[in-house]
Design a protein around this ligand. Structure first.
Ligand code: F0G
Length: 457
């Protein structure tokens, strides 16, 4: 017998209660949060799909590692456990821990020197883009055309457009600081890049003498998609595929809060000695000594275990199936989604759902708020609030897409949570014509989505 139901490949022996609110409480709380779900408190949220970052459950083996973490300032054994695990998985010569992904980005782009230069990526994640721009560089997104079309069923919508990449490499010369592939492509719908595309992008970068990096936050999910979808890869394990992907690169940044299966942590890994030396100097200045990089020894120990667990095919099969489960349910209802189902999240196309709202009415924000008001569920807007740009005296320059992301913490919610969630979204879908637009009342000059204050129009 080969059952069709994909089960959680773990059992649960520690639980955390959910909190429930009334519709009146939710209206009050949302108003108090200036209509920006980022400003809500967790006690006012029943199911939190804001992010899959640092929100998952650790395994018994990870908790055990926490208890034996070595808190030595310099030369911690936990560092060496982590270094050896990362080296075995990625082959990288220099393994530098950081407290999370964005500090790896800041250090990497500082050492590469992006000022007056550009970074070429499939799609920069928002902190990645912000770090490039903050350091005086230009972040250029070159995802394939299908990657910007929510309805395209292309299996690898995280691929970079190789022709445009070569054009920029040819024209840019030394002004190209590096090529960066985000796997999976978070801002483009959690869509994977294929092995073929990664190989070709790496070869092109190297042909023009430019370093090739990965933003490897969700490397294991990307490897699973390659295993599942790419011709000829079905016999290979996700671990083996991930090893090859890392071997194509000169280094990577990683938020370990995703596929590291930990609540905090990051990595900056490099092959080049001089770049690594520069990175370690900056690390000591801003994060900590190179054998702990802003983390406690116990965090390093938990990450070493998490990186071994995450490529387990049983885990990845369950992980991707559980996201697809909600995707298929919403698709059956007629909710416009980014297709095909992504790695860590379901993305709703808010522009298609709310045709009466224009980009500067923030349809994604409106949808997030409707979902919260309906059931205390929190998602996140990935649209004009996050990626749009204020323009003097005119409407904001809109983002490429108006999406709402429902991101799944790892090993945290069950199938009945998802069934319940689908009911909430079905109700929001039914009354889609009455969703209000929003306008920004206050915003900060960088990463405004996190703190902006809004009001309905
Ligand atoms: N790169 C990608 C692709 C990410 O998704 C994130 C974080 C980062 C870099 C930055 O890492 O948070 O550890 O500093 N993404 C989270 C999210 C915040 O919700 O998607 P960080």
């Amino acid at each position: 017998m080969d059952p069709k139901t994909v089960i959680e490949p773990f059992r649960i022996r520690m639980v955390e209660p959910l909190s429930f609110t009334t519709p009146t409480q939710r209206r009050e709380r949302l108003q108090g949060a200036h209509y920006n779900p980022f400003l809500l408190r967790s006690r006012d949220i029943t199911i939190d799909l804001l992010t899959d970052s640092g929100t998952g459950a650790m395994s018994a083996a990870q908790w055990a590692a926490i208890m034996t973490g070595d808190e030595t300032y310099a030369g911690s054994e936990s560092y060496y456990q982590l270094r050896d695990t990362v080296h075995a998985l990625t082959g990288m010569k220099h393994v530098i821990p950081t407290h999370q992904g964005r500090s790896s980005e800041h250090i990497l782009f500082s050492v590469l020197g992006v000022k007056g230069r550009c970074v070429l990526a499939n799609t920069h994640f928002d902190t990645t883009r912000a770090n490039v721009e903050y350091l005086g560089g230009e972040a250029i997104d070159l995802v394939i055309e299908e990657g910007l079309n929510p309805r395209s069923e292309h299996p690898f919508k995280g691929n970079i457009d190789l022709a445009r990449l070569e054009h920029h490499l040819q024209r840019g010369g030394d002004d190209v600081a590096c090529v960066l592939m985000t796997v999976t492509n978070n801002s483009g719908g959690g869509q994977p890049a294929s092995l073929e595309n990664l190989r070709a992008a790496s070869a092109l970068a190297h042909k023009y003498g430019r370093p090739f990096f990965l933003d490897a936050a969700r490397f294991a999910e990307n490897a699973w998609f390659i295993h599942e979808r790419e011709p000829g890869q079905q016999q290979r394990t996700p671990h083996d595929i991930a090893q090859e992907v890392f071997s194509l690169s000169d280094g990577f940044t990683m938020s370990a809060k995703k596929d590291g299966l930990v609540n905090i942590g990051g990595l900056l890994c490099l092959n080049d000695d001089a770049t690594a030396e520069g990175a370690r100097s900056l690390l000591i200045l801003t994060e900590g000594y190179p054998t702990y990089g802003g983390l406690a020894g116990r965090d390093l120990a938990a990450l070493a275990v998490g990186l071994q667990e995450v490529t387990d095919p049983q885990y990845l099969k369950y992980r991707i199936a559980s996201v697809r489960y909600l995707h298929n349910k919403l698709d059956a209802l007629g909710v416009p989604l980014v297709h095909p189902s992504g790695g860590h999240a379901v993305y709703i196309d808010a522009a298609a759902l709310y045709p009466h709202l224009r980009p500067w009415d923030l349809p994604g924000v409106s949808l997030c708020n409707e979902i919260y008001l309906e059931g205390g569920v929190r998602g996140v807007e990935i649209g004009t609030l996050m990626f749009g740009r204020p323009v003097d005296g005119a409407h904001d320059k809109p983002a490429a897409m108006e999406l709402v992301r429902l991101a799944f913490p790892r090993r945290t919610y069950s199938q009945s949570h998802v069934d319940w969630l689908a009911e909430i979204i079905a109700d929001v879908y039914q009354r889609r014509d009455s969703a209000p637009g929003y306008r920004i009342v206050r915003q900060s000059p960088v990463l405004r989505a996190f703190t902006a204050e809004l009001e309905p129009v």
